[in-house]
Design a binder for this molecule. Structure first.
Ligand SMILES: [Fe+2]
Length: 282
């Protein structure tokens, strides 16, 4: 992970933000694109991709590799994703620790896996296939979940550590997802961070959350909350994160508010990295 470049703080590209992104180009260090939007895409979407590539470093973030599917990787999807990644030539690309297909049927959301040895084996085999086809470094994201499986055999952090070590992948740590899970399931996010293989954390996601019926939800529709900033601050002061993406999907405010959030993250990011360097050199 050490050789990966530092990209700074950027934004998840969403079409309604297109013109504002270009107007505020100098305030956005890089963009994350949803790979699936450029697979089997129209000429118009591909032209958009060309324009984005001309002006920004792009990180492809896919939704449907379904790395946890017991039936294996969908070869047609993998081929299309490989073509996209080759075209963009990014420093890394990402997907999630989950499954989105079962028995060949798309289930339409990121479904959690039990933290079991069997699920680990499936993930490791599927990731080996992806890595065989795509040489670009793959990083894996933690998702939110509302259920804990009776079949889990280890804590999530041990599951992730083993997965990343066995596959030699990096981590996309979504600090909002981590905070939401810690609140909904009642665990200590600091302890979770402590147990993570921090040397493998490459990128962060951050955004706000919704509170409905006493539970927190990853709606991606609100400004980053103070509690999430706290997790962000802790992580960037403890490891050499290469980039962070504001992952806002809807309920867009004035773009200056988004630019302010990116600037705030950059400030915390730079401060954390300075503290980390000072601590390691003393
Ligand atoms: Fe995320």
């Amino acid at each position: 992970m050490e050789s990966l470049p530092h990209l700074g703080v950027g934004l998840g590209f969403r079409p309604p933000l297109r013109s504002s992104i270009f107007l505020h180009r100098d305030q956005i260090d890089f963009l994350e694109i949803t790979s699936d939007h450029y697979i089997d895409a129209s000429e118009k979407k591909l032209a958009e991709l060309d324009l984005l590539r001309e002006h920004f470093t792009l990180i492809p973030h896919s939704l449907d590799l379904s790395l946890g599917s017991a039936e294996g990787i969908d070869e047609a999807y993998l081929e299309k994703l490989a073509t996209l990644v080759e075209l963009i030539d990014p420093p890394w690309f990402s997907d999630h620790i989950c499954f989105t297909r079962s028995g060949g049927i798309k289930i339409g959301h990121l479904a959690p896996l039990p933290f079991s040895n069997e699920a680990l084996r499936v993930l490791i085999d599927n990731i080996a296939r992806v890595k065989q086809r795509i040489a670009t470094p793959l990083i894996l994201e933690n998702i939110t979940y509302n259920i804990e499986f009776a079949s889990s055999e280890m804590p999530e952090t041990e599951f992730i550590r083993t997965l990343l070590e066995e596959t030699d992948c990096g981590m996309l740590l979504d600090v909002t997802n981590l905070y939401i899970n810690s609140r909904n399931l009642g665990f200590d996010w600091r302890q979770y961070v402590e147990e993570l293989p921090l040397d493998r954390v490459v990128q962060l996601h951050f955004v706000g959350f919704r509170s409905t019926g006493g539970r927190l939800v990853d709606a991606h529709a609100d400004p980053t909350a103070d509690d999430v900033w706290q997790v962000f601050r802790e992580v960037v002061s403890r490891c050499d994160v290469k980039g962070a993406i504001l992952e806002r999907d809807e309920n867009f405010p004035d773009f200056t508010d988004i630019a302010d959030e990116i600037a705030k993250a950059r400030g915390i990011f730079d401060d954390g990295q300075m503290k980390r360097k000072a601590a390691t050199s003393s």
